[in-house]
Design a protein around this ligand. Structure first.
Ligand code: B3K
Ligand code: ZN
Length: 875
């Protein structure tokens, strides 16, 4: 496969002004008539007379005419993935007819079928599977789309924009024509045809327009739309209030699809969602799912401005729309719930998974320089680190200047396809700040490491903080320059009070919270007028995506856990303490004691009802195995697992009465609601239950069984089931799993959760049990959600089994990747990810992981998607 480089970017030689599409949908395939109005781009200096269009080997070209005349065979060349017309005039109309087989499209890109309905996924390069086209985001055109299909089987026919014409055709067929007034890149094109029910609502915009809101789902899901619809309305209002952005079309549509490679897609006016990211009822979805749906619905909606009205010039700029839109949806979720908890969740994910990506063989900058398969670059770095980068600009500029910057960006670039640099420039121009060094965040890969040293000069009353930054080498990048890092801090006195941060000797008024700006490899800051040695609270609210090293003592951490006014750092102090305690036990086989400080800190958390319970619920979660592995050098996963289990067992035993009291106290009265308080209470109860069952407590088991029976919502039902699955009560567990399946076997979203709770459990997810799940009638190789909930969850969450010493977990994954590579390369490439980090692990594991990668590499006909990941990992 070929590598594509950012430095090779050239403006398009030809532009498309208008696209007229006609889809004829049949049982055995689809015919697509496309009429392109094209002209030479005045901005291109190329004199090339030939026209190149992208295509796909699975699409058949039926006919091709230019300005009304069919092209002779020697006037063009049909090369599997490309169509070259040797000579075209400066302005012309091109008619292309293609034939596709959506019913056989297992890659789920372009036009495909899912549970009988037709749907599309065009980002990034799926439109070329539908028809020959200049498939690149800087070619923006107006689309008109006519869809024809059997009326009884496909009563609903949808595309982007407004429906302008409809009618009946011969043979029981009908058609609808859609027109989208906004020019857009073809990756935002969408089509849906199916037998769907429609749920309607409306939204009154800030300028007084009424928008028609419609959701389309399969009839059995009719009762699962309310939450997404409410989330949509909240997101629309929020974007008006916080960013001044109003919706532009008259209709906004959401469709739910069962077979979908990703979470959702922001097609103009017609967002398409993976069913699991949009459908919810209290009976079938957990609190977490409710929150995820709210944020994804908002994310896709926010793309209407950050992505659609202003789009990307090329795919190297992907983070322009994704990083910014994730930032927008995080702000929205923070405003809808608990900001501290949202920040904790985002930072935990980043530190666990993005830091791992950033230190592995697939590490790449937020704006990559090259790729083979763009689909592999929908990564945590582009999305989550990209969000952090925008968040740092927000921190450096402050909310008001940031808003001025975003206004300028949207105004200046409306209707254009631009770059991350254009975004930063708008922020600079609006604020007057110089972000030239800051741009390195887009260019340099790798997680900056900050080493903090301090000293206290009692005689002078001065406390000095010295912060050194280094950025590790990543593939293709060495000797990095220091980056511009906003480093938020506070200092606490021995009584827990916040001390004024006087940076100059003469300062009288000083804040107790400050954002230090690091720009050099080493920086020293002096804080004056301090009569005692303070305890530093560093990187408050996780103000930058960096690793911080400071030699905290356990006493300091316990002190911060109960006194830091920054909620994020309170949580972080608890995590660091727990990491320290667990790491100290890794590899120990005797009966080493667990630090009683940790036990007492947790006892305090469990008992103190005056604390923010949402924060307490987070603080009670021990650091995940994945995070512990990420922090370790040459980790031995089974040892880490045992050490963590030991600490958990110790805590559960020592805190038994406190857990029972916490469980009883946090009963949620009244009807089900997804408020921060109710979510926190359910989470606390379920944590207490999980801990009690971890040590096979009889009372815990009774509580779990009765909670399962009585639950009126999925959070409680799943909490009880999960606790049983991870306990030693095999019979009760078996019985409960069966009852659960019997009750929900007709609901795919619930069956996916049933798969995942088993596949992710170190007690129920042994390899033979995983194979049994895959042989289950509900498992489906064509459905990405099923693959993720069994194979993905096994390799990503059931870490002691995946990293079994005999290498069986690795060979299992190798087998599944090889199998999937033919049918769905995108999903196959994502599944490889856990193997890519083989160099990190102790050789007994690493060598076997490497062997699995080599076996995948040697599969005949390997897809470009998997090829790129495997080759880069072995390089
Ligand atoms: N933009 C889509 C991602 C499409 C990925 C295609 N391989 C979802 C999102 O980020 O909103
Ligand atoms: Zn997105």
């Amino acid at each position: 496969p070929q590598t594509i480089y950012l430095k090779d970017y050239r403006v398009p030689v030809f532009l498309v002004d208008h696209v007229d599409l006609r889809f004829e949908l049949f049982d055995d395939g689809a015919r697509v008539h496309s009429v392109l109005s094209m002209r030479r781009n005045p901005g291109s200096d190329s004199a090339d007379k030939s026209l190149e269009l992208n295509g796909d080997p699975l699409t058949t070209l039926e006919s091709l005419s230019l300005d009304g005349s069919e092209l002779a065979k020697d006037a063009f060349e049909d090369r599997a993935d490309k169509l070259v017309i040797h000579e075209v005039p400066d302005s012309f109309e091109l008619d292309v007819v293609t034939w596709l087989e959506p019913q056989n499209n297992t890659r789920l890109e372009g036009l495909y079928q899912s549970s009988g309905m037709f749907c599309t996924q065009c980002e990034a390069e799926g439109f070329r599977c539908i028809t020959y086209f200049p498939d690149r985001p800087d070619v923006m055109a107006r689309f008109r789309t006519r869809i024809e299909a059997d009326k009884a089987s496909f009563p609903i026919l949808l595309s982007n924009g407004n429906d302008v014409e409809k009618g009946d055709l011969d043979g029981g067929r009908h058609f609808v024509t859609w027109e989208d007034p906004f020019p857009k890149p073809c990756y935002l094109f969408a089509l849906v045809a199916g037998n769907l029910v429609e749920k309607r609502d409306s939204f009154h915009t800030m300028s007084g327009r009424d928008i028609d809101l419609r959701m389309y789902v399969e009839p059995r899901n009719a009762e699962k739309c309310e939450h997404a619809m409410d989330s949509l309305k909240r997101a629309m209002r929020w974007d008006e209030e916080v960013y001044g952005r109003e919706y532009d079309l008259d209709i906004f549509m959401i469709v739910a699809v069962d077979d979908f490679n990703m979470g959702a897609m922001e097609n103009k006016g017609l967002n398409i969602f993976n069913s699991s990211c949009v459908l919810a009822s209290q009976e079938t979805a957990t609190d977490q799912a409710f929150q995820r749906i709210e944020s994804i619905v908002a994310h896709e909606y926010f793309h209407n401005w950050s992505g659609n009205r202003v789009t990307c010039r090329d795919w190297f700029q992907l983070s322009l729309k994704e990083g910014f839109t994730v930032f927008r949806d995080s702000q929205f979720s923070a405003d809808m719930g608990s900001p501290t908890v949202k920040r904790i969740e985002d930072a935990a994910m980043l530190r666990t998974a993005q830091f791992a990506e950033d230190s592995g063989p697939m590490a790449h900058p937020v704006r990559p320089e090259s790729y083979m398969e763009i689909t592999n670059f929908y990564t945590l770095t582009i999305y989550e680190k990209g969000c952090e980068v925008v968040g740092m600009i927000h921190t450096l500029l402050g909310p008001d200047m940031f808003r001025k910057g975003s206004d300028l960006y949207f105004e200046r670039h409306d209707g254009q396809a631009v770059t991350t640099d254009d975004f930063v420039r708008a922020m600079e121009d609006a604020s007057g700040r110089d972000l030239s060094q800051f741009r390195l965040w887009y260019e340099q890969a790798g997680t900056p490491e900050l080493t903090v040293q301090d000293e206290y000069d009692r005689a002078a009353g001065i406390y000095r903080l010295t912060i050194d930054q280094t950025i590790p080498e990543t593939p293709g990048q060495t000797n990095k320059k220091p980056q511009h890092i906003p480093f938020a801090i506070g200092l606490l006195g021995t009584g827990g009070e916040s001390l004024p941060l006087k940076l100059g000797a003469g300062e009288t008024e000083a804040p107790t919270d400050r954002v230090l700006e690091l720009t050099e490899a080493s920086h020293t800051f002096e804080f004056h007028d301090l009569s005692e040695r303070p305890v530093p609270s560093l990187l408050r609210n996780f103000s930058a995506p960096v690793r911080v090293y400071y030699p905290w003592t356990r006493d300091q951490l316990m002190f911060l856990m109960s006194h830091d006014p920054d909620g994020f750092n309170r949580w972080d102090a608890g995590q660091r303490l727990a990491v320290d305690v667990i790491s100290g036990l890794v590899g120990e086989t005797g009966s080493e004691a667990v630090d009683s400080g940790l036990t007492e800190a947790y006892r305090g958390l469990l008992a103190d009802e005056s604390l923010d319970q949402a924060l307490v619920a987070k603080m009670l979660q021990l650091p995940s195995e994945a995070y512990l592995i990420e922090l370790a050098d040459s980790p031995n996963v089974p040892d880490i697992h045992r050490a963590r289990e030991k600490v958990l067992g110790h805590l559960a035993t020592a805190l038994r009465d406190d857990l029972l009291a916490c469980y009883q106290r946090n009963t949620v009265e009244g009807s089900y609601e997804v408020t921060p308080d109710a979510v926190a209470r359910r989470s606390l109860r379920n944590t207490a239950l999980a801990w009690l069952l971890h040590m096979d407590d009889e009372e815990g088991r009774t509580l779990a069984e009765s909670q399962f029976e009585k639950a009126d919502n999925m959070t409680d039902r799943m909490g009880a089931l999960r606790a049983l699955v991870n306990s030693g009560y095999e019979q009760e567990c078996e019985r409960t799993l069966n009852a659960f399946y019997e009750q929900w076997k007709d609901d795919p979203q619930v069956v996916e959760q049933w798969f995942a709770v088993q596949a992710g459990s170190s007690r129920r997810g042994s390899l033979p049990e995983i194979r049994q799940l895959m042989a289950h009638p509900a498992f489906d190789w064509k459905n990405p959600n099923k693959i993720r909930s069994v194979i993905g969850v096994f390799a990503g969450q059931n870490l002691p089994a995946f990293h079994a010493e005999d290498g069986s977990g690795y060979r299992f994954l190798e087998e599944q990747v090889r199998r999937l590579d033919d049918s769905n390369p995108q999903i196959a490439a994502r599944l490889v990810s856990p193997l890519t980090r083989w160099r990190k692990f102790a050789p007994v594991h690493g060598e076997q992981m490497k062997a699995a990668l080599e076996a995948i590499r040697d599969k005949p006909g390997l897809s470009r998607d998997v090829y790129e990941v495997v080759h880069k990992s072995l390089a």
